[in-house]
Design a protein around this ligand. Sequence first.
Ligand code: ATP
Ligand code: MN
Length: 460
Amino acid sequence: MQYDRIKDILAKEPLNEKIEIRGWLRTRRDAKDFSFLELNDGSCLANLQIIASSDLGNYQDVIVKLHTGCSLKVTGELKESPAKGQKIELHAEEIDIYGWADPEIYPLQKKRHSYEFLRTIAHLRPRTNSLGAIARIRSSLSFSVHQFFHTHGFVYVHTPIITTIDCEGAGEMFKVVAPEDVLNDISGIQSNADFFGKPANLTVSGQLQAEVYAMALGKVYTFGPTFRAENSNTSRHLAEFWMVEPEMAFYDLADNMNLAESFLKYLVRHTLENDSEDLHLFANFVDKNLYRKLQNILEEPFSRITYTEAIKLLQKSPQKFDFPVEWGTDLQAEHERYLCEEIFDRPLFVTDYPRDIKPFYMRINDDNATVAAMDLLLPGIGEIIGGSQREERYDVLVSRMQEMHLNLDEYNWYLDLRRYGTVIHSGFGLGFERFLQFITAMKNIREVIPFPRTPGSALY
Ligand code: ATP
Ligand code: MN
């Protein structure tokens, strides 16, 4: 069979050809001598209209009993549709049912359901228009991420999910433990009772391992799941989320920001070109300004200010904040959004944060008070990227690590990268779900990942 997806059929309109198609029924409407069936197979937002004539052998027994959610196979011929609303329709010659969906209990009825309700049926929600569209956009953008780096000479590195380093030096890592009986079986490990011979965690970032590969392959990236055991019940935090982390040898902070900017523009351009049907849904029903917001990313260069300038702007502003604005403290979401939405109204890089609020691996600036960090803030979202130029000077790195009471023995391998052939280098992490929120205008991050994990909730 030449066409087996509705998307291809709607794109190519192979009139008068014999078609066999499988999918799930969205709606049935009965007319005098026939029924209209709207079939969806998940390949695209649009349904294929099926004309099921009362001449069909199973019309009385099956067709007029079909309800939303039933799974079907339809064979027939594609014709031009005389009615408004669709250009083509399939005239069924045979309709077979795979599975019924009892309308008395099937949770997805024709009416609109709230996103909160849909979260409670995460196994059925991809069958709705909006969650289906998000899944397709997510897939398409994942592909664009790989395409961007592939065409820019980056090597894709799979960094580990189980790690024995603590990248941020923070206590927000999930522990990885093996069952007692397994540990008892492994000789030599009983003494410290750890499967790996030392404590292990789920990764919070692939950066440090990516640096290893950047120091050999020049330009690398990772794209995978990361985990944070933080008790943040916000609309922008998940306990499991996906991060895109490029790491580049010979890049300084400005190169790093330039790359981040062209990366984001590339992703937005690609989604506008490739996902227009799905995007349209969000522009229609979720945010009327969506296209303007996306165009805004493409047209203007992103703004750039230092943290110190940002603090001055916030202090001068008439806005009252819940958290005080003071040099030396981290910017809160309310500050980030005010800067980005009210003052600049476009993507904004904030650079050169105080060293005391940033991790050990960020490069100390000449002022000795700030580090070569950059956060990218997006209107409506806040922080979407965190990045920095890394400290490449052995002595400076060692004294910083000592200052922060890190165990140098644990990081000998990381220091080796500075002992042998050190070079300036930079990288960043893009929160993939936050970016998807920006693209789809979804208010809650739980809608843009198939199976959200948050404190108190992890279905399946
Ligand atoms: P935030 O201040 O918003 O918690 P962060 O400073 O902890 O972010 P980084 O450690 O710099 O974030 O991580 C890089 C990027 O990963 C962030 O810019 C953001 O887009 C994303 N990110 C961070 N934490 C989460 C989370 N819990 N859920 C989803 N995305 C996240
Ligand atoms: Mn955080």
